[in-house]
Write a protein that binds this ligand. Structure first.
Ligand SMILES: O=C(O)C[C@H]1C=CC(=O)O1
Length: 96
C-alpha cells in the first residue's frame, strides 16, 4: 500500500544544538535504512520549509504507524497521511 506522508519538524527552540544534531543524525540513518529496504520510496524537501513529502510503500496501516512512530523526530513532528491508489489515467505501467 502506498501512502503520501507529509512531515513537518518543529524542534523546541530551546533544545540544545548538540541534542538536535544527534536526533537528526539518528533520524537520517533510520530513514536511509527504510529507503534501502524500499519501504520509504520517495523523500522530498518542501522548498522553504522544514517539511518533507514522502511516499511510503508498506503492507498496511499498522506497518505505516509502526515505522512513522519510531522516527526519532516523531515527538517533534506534525504528520499528515493520505492513502494512495493508482490513477486510471496514469500512463505508467507501474506505480514507480
Ligand atoms: O528532515 C526531515 O524532513 C525530517 C526527517 C525525514 C528524513 C530525515 O532524515 O529527517
Amino acid at each position: 500500500m502506498l501512502f503520501h506522508v507529509e512531515m513537518t519538524v518543529k524542534l523546541p527552540p530551546d533544545m540544545p544544538a548538540e541534542q538536535a544534531a544527534k536526533i537528526k543524525a539518528t533520524e537520517k540513518a533510520y530513514s536511509q535504512d527504510l529507503q534501502r529496504q524500499g519501504k520509504w520510496r520517495h523523500l522530498w524537501r518542501v522548498a522553504g520549509s522544514y517539511s518533507n513529502v514522502s511516499i511510503f510503500d508498506v503492507e498496511d496501516n499498522a506497518e505505516l504507524q509502526e515505522l512513522v512512530s519510531n522516527l526519532p523526530l516523531f515527538p517533534y513532528m506534525e504528520i499528515r497521511v493520505k492513502p494512495l491508489c493508482r490513477h486510471p489515467s496514469s500512463v505508467r505501467g507501474d506505480d514507480s
